[in-house]
Design a protein around this ligand. Structure first.
Ligand SMILES: C[S@@+](CC[C@H](N)C(=O)[O-])C[C@H]1O[C@@H](n2cnc3c(N)ncnc32)[C@H](O)[C@@H]1O
Length: 345
């Protein structure tokens, strides 16, 4: 609250073109005190609020015209979603950085929790990225919401399979962004276990979740995400992870959350697209991690705690954490597994 109030004072002072010194002279509040108020470092009294409103020549209520702290959440359920380990990841992030990069964004659990002002997000999954791109255009966004309402209204077992079949048609990729995005979000919510999986031909192949009613979206959250995209600098890419971070420079931050290395003895879900992410991809990623490290980029990476991953990232800081695996078609394999958070800072 102190921070929000401080930001508001700063905003109104700048609108009136007063310096902190001028506001201090007009209000009788010491300049150092004004600086602390604007930084959200102190609680203010009613008297101070009154003095500031008089000095800025604005009604007191304008000083409280502040938006509540909006929290965003992922609009799809994604395998490997980070809801479980989110607090540990936030703790492990660097204190400051310039641009935020997330080249394997998936459902974007960390991205939405952090809400960076300047970010590049990417995923190889074109259907998922179609949805993120809709937040960058008013027209696509409005159509996306209309399509989602229609999917909700028309939902039935038969309808689910009709929508699922759409990608078998050769012209599927020419469909507008909003149609592809709405299909993906609806299928994600209506399918069994809420995961995105395609077969070797790239066709979505998850069976129906057999739900009587499907609510594909939370309108409030969607509108908040749209507002966030409108007011910040967010680039959305659909390419390989190496290309996605190619312009990262010193003091930028990259969070890698790739499909995980597999445990020899446990069947874990790592297949998100028709191209599998095998040991060779893990090696390609570790080389990129090291190149970024040399450039002075701050890098954080999540993975399973396997011997192979420990070997690839030897010499970097490796923190082991316990995580719950929610998505596995076999319920008996949904136990705890060890993950690592690797950082170069
Ligand atoms: C572990 S998931 C990310 C989960 C995400 N952090 C979340 O909170 O939902 C890995 C993601 O990597 C994407 N992916 C797989 N191979 C890729 C590649 N070569 N380049 C970029 N993204 C890739 C998958 O489509 C998937 O969305």
């Amino acid at each position: 609250m102190q921070k929000l109030f401080g930001n508001k004072v700063k905003e109104l002072r700048s609108e009136s073109s007063f310096s902190q010194v001028q506001l201090s002279e007009r209000s009788g509040i010491e300049r150092a005190q004004i600086s602390k108020i604007e930084q959200g470092k102190i609680n203010v009294t009613l008297e101070t609020i009154y003095k500031i409103s008089q000095a800025l020549n604005v009604p007191i209520k304008d000083l409280f015209d502040i938006e509540d702290d909006v929290k965003l959440k992922p609009f799809v359920k994604w395998a490997g979603g980070k809801a479980q380990s989110l607090s540990k990841l936030i703790e492990a992030m660097p204190e400051s950085f310039d641009r935020y990069y997330e080249p394997f964004v998936g459902g974007g659990a960390l991205f939405f929790a952090v809400m960076p002002k300047n970010a590049v997000i990417n995923d190889i999954n074109g259907e998922l990225i179609a949805a993120y791109k809709c937040f960058k255009s008013n027209t696509s966004y409005n159509k996306l919401i209309e399509n989602l309402i229609e999917h909700n209204n028309l939902h039935s077992e038969e309808y689910y399979y009709k929508v699922r079949e759409m990608d078998r048609d050769a012209s599927f990729n020419d469909l507008p962004l909003d149609l592809r995005a709405a299909r993906m979000i609806y299928l994600n919510k209506a399918c069994f276990n809420g995961l995105y999986r395609v077969n070797s031909k790239g066709y979505f192949n998850v069976p129906s979740g057999k739900k009587d009613k499907v609510n594909s979206f939370d309108l409030n959250n969607m509108n908040n995400i749209k507002k966030y995209f409108d007011t910040n600098d967010i680039r959305v890419l659909n390419t390989d992870f190496v290309i996605a971070v190619q312009d990262a420079i010193i003091n930028d931050f990259v969070y890698f959350d790739p499909p995980y290395d597999t445990f020899e003895d446990k069947a874990t879900f790592t297949s998100y697209s028709k191209d599998d992410f095998g040991k060779d991809s893990q090696i390609r990623l570790s080389k990129l991690f090291k190149e970024l490290d040399k450039k002075g980029v701050k890098v954080m990476l999540s993975n399973h705690n396997t011997a192979f991953i420990n070997e690839l990232y030897q010499g970097f800081s490796i923190q082991v954490i316990e995580a719950k695996r929610a998505i596995n078609s076999d319920a008996t394999k949904r136990g705890n597994v060890e993950e690592v958070i690797i950082t170069n800072y």
